[in-house]
Design a protein around this ligand. Structure first.
Ligand SMILES: [Zn+2]
Length: 388
């Protein structure tokens, strides 16, 4: 390890008690998307104490954080990201408490030597990853403009650098029919539930003909109130995902046609609405990712990718489509543990989870310093971004 990396590593070691406290405090105060007042305030306070110029509440998001290190000169801009939202009922079952603490650790460690290197160091606290699209809003607000490298990590059962994420669109499907006594005068009714079921049947028939890795999955929200009333209203929510944004859009059209066909067949009226933020597919920057991995391995975390790892979706997809970025997965469990499970929440609070977070903080900080210190390497990061 060269001298600067050594000092980065020592800086994270000094920060360890603080980072463990931050990780535990956020874990113990799980907050849903856009309600992360405790976590965002905690991070803002620590960054401010370390001398960063901090704004809490940016891009119209009250729980988003933007912090700039005061030693800012001409040169590359690095944004270290932190997520901190939790899930309903199962709390930090995605381990975002570790992401927040690791991102804070990386930002503070780089900050400790920032006056030695050119460029601008940002910490961006990005709320509402779980379906709220905080990063999408922040990209649209221009908070990533001029960023040369956006860096975060995500805990997982495996350490994987190149795993992407699926583009996703959330859809609400509603059918409006006509109520009638289901036995005495069914001929006077229009059955909205039948239209909805027909939509599921239609899309299931299409599954044979869609590309591997795409996902279309839905649930029924409303399906009528009583068996002796022909349901006049039925609704479902669907997620449509694919590895490419364009194919996701194509599948969305397919789902819509199934719903339109069902409307035609039953006479029910269809409302097909895209809700929330669509997330773009992720393109992790390989040049950045490989360097991060070298540092991570040097910090004691082995690479153990899962070759057939299935993918979820994240608003980091939108960031990586806008600027070069990485979203590497770092192992925090012994065995395969499903994300968004109680077991994964336990892992996010475990000693192994904290150690992985500390190693990830070091590797992110070292990667950030390399961006500042190696101008030639920054152009390779940009070339790979432009080419992919
Ligand atoms: Zn997550």
């Amino acid at each position: 390890m060269n001298d600067r990396r050594q000092r980065i590593s020592e800086a994270v070691d000094r920060l360890e008690p603080l980072l463990r406290r931050v990780s535990a405090a956020i874990f113990e105060h799980p907050e849903l998307k856009h309600e992360e007042t405790f976590a965002s305030q905690l991070l803002a306070n620590e960054l401010e104490t370390a001398g960063f110029a901090v704004e809490l509440g940016v891009a119209g998001l009250p729980t988003a954080v933007r912090a700039i290190h005061p030693a800012s000169t001409d040169g590359p801009t690095v944004a270290v990201l932190g997520e901190y939202d939790a899930l309903p009922e199962i709390g930090h079952a995605c381990g975002h408490n570790l992401i927040a603490a690791g991102g804070l650790g990386a930002a503070l460690a780089v900050g400790s030597i920032k006056n030695e290197v050119p460029g601008t160091l940002l910490f961006l606290g990005t709320p509402a990853e779980e379906g709220g699209g905080g990063k999408v809003t922040m990209v649209e607000a221009g908070l990533f403009d001029g960023v040369d490298a956006a860096i975060m990590f995500h805990p997982d059962s495996h350490t994987m650098i190149g795993r992407g994420s699926l583009a996703i669109t959330e859809v609400k499907i509603e059918f409006f029919g006509k109520p009638a006594h289901a036995s005495a005068c069914p001929e006077k009714g229009i059955n909205a539930l039948d239209a909805l079921i027909q939509t599921f049947v239609g899309i299931n028939a299409m599954r044979q003909h869609i590309k591997d890795g795409a996902r279309i999955h839905g649930i029924i929200r409303d399906g009528g109130v009583k068996p002796n009333i022909v349901p006049d209203y039925a609704s479902a929510e669907f997620y449509v995902r694919a590895i490419e944004n364009a194919y996701r859009d194509e599948l969305l059209e397919t789902l819509k046609k199934c719903a339109e066909g069902a409307a035609l067949a039953t006479g029910a009226r269809l409302a097909f609405t895209e809700v929330g933020h669509a997330y773009q597919a992720m393109k992790p920057n390989r040049v950045l990712g490989e360097r991060f991995l070298e540092h991570l391995v040097a910090c004691g975390i082995p690479h153990n990718p899962q070759p057939d790892a299935a993918m979820g979706s994240t608003d980091m997809g939108d960031v990586t489509q806008a600027v070069p970025g990485i979203h590497p997965y770092v192992q925090i469990t012994e065995d395969d543990v499903a994300g968004h499970s109680r077991e994964f929440a336990d892992a996010a609070a475990s000693e192994r989870g904290q150690r992985a977070m500390l190693a990830a903080a070091k590797a992110m900080a070292m990667t950030a310093v390399d961006v500042f210190a190696e101008p030639g390497w920054v152009s390779r990061i940009r070339e790979e971004f432009d080419a992919s």
